[in-house]
Ligand binder design. Structure first.
Ligand code: FES
Length: 261
């Protein structure tokens, strides 16, 4: 069920340059049940009418709280970054299909790959998998040391955590493709990735034969509910270019081989 609610801001803290962590409280949290669903938030400014899609990083149904982590890219989210505890944020959600965990995990192992601001929704995913008894290996890539976020959150649950930075200022030097080349992806029941398009392409090219490789796609959105076709991605192998999938309600999670990245 999609709800609209004035959620209460409990905190809104800068955790890296231009990156903020906001805790929200409201009834909507009771409807959150899969990792990497998203919220469509209305910027608190009368001249900004379009909502912004932000992934849910984690949620706690008991406390009716959820966490969103967002990077300020323009004036809209700059306004959100100024919000303080006690203010209300107009939110639609939870939207999107989320990572489906309803599949067998015979090897009890999953691989999670995140890049930059794509890492937040993978926190809930990692926790949910570990709660199911599945061991998670986590590979994270960031531009540089100052952009590294959520290391302790992943370290708390991961069996293995490796970090790379583009400039080598933290962890290994390079990108997650380098780390993937050092492991056998087929040893994992499932591979999950969220990050920039270049990173997703690197994951897709290394999981071609994997039966359960999933990626979370980003797209510009308007309605957020499947009505406007602002967010389409094209279907892999469709030579007509006519087949399209809507990221907002048919995604954001797709099989890595399913869409053109
Ligand atoms: Fe309108 Fe996806 S944003 S269809």
């Amino acid at each position: 069920m999609i709800l609209q609610e004035e959620m209460t801001v409990l905190s809104n803290v800068k955790i890296a340059p231009r990156v903020f962590r906001m805790v929200l409280q409201g009834e909507m949290v009771l409807d959150m049940n899969l990792p990497d669903q998203f919220l469509h938030i209305r910027v608190p400014s009368p001249d900004k009418v379009l909502r912004r899609p932000i992934s849910i990083s984690e949620y706690d149904r008991k406390a009716k709280t959820c966490v969103i982590i967002y990077r300020v890219e323009g004036p809209g989210l700059a306004d959100v970054s100024q919000m303080i505890s006690g203010q209300k944020l107009d939110v639609m959600g939870p939207l999107g299909n989320g990572f489906n965990l309803n599949m067998p995990f015979p090897k009890q192992k999953a691989l999670i790959i995140g890049g930059g601001i794509g890492t937040p929704p993978l926190v809930q995913l990692a926790r949910d998998l570990v709660a199911m008894g599945v061991a998670v290996s986590v590979l994270l890539g960031f531009a540089q040391k100052s952009a590294v976020i959520l290391e302790s959150e992943f370290a708390a649950v991961a069996s293995e955590l490796k970090i790379v930075t583009d400039d080598g200022s933290y962890g290994r030097d390079g990108n997650v493709g380098v780390l993937m080349d050092e492991i056998d992806v087929m040893a994992f029941d499932a591979v999950y990735a969220c990050g920039a398009a270049g990173m997703l392409r690197a994951v897709a090219s290394r999981t071609v034969n994997h039966p359960n490789a999933f990626i979370s796609m980003e797209a510009r959105m308007a309605c957020g509910m499947g009505a406007c076709y602002a967010c389409v991605v094209h279907v892999g192998g469709d030579e007509t270019g006519q087949q399209a999938l809507k990221v907002c309600d048919q995604g954001p999670i797709f099989r890595a081989s399913e869409v053109v990245i």
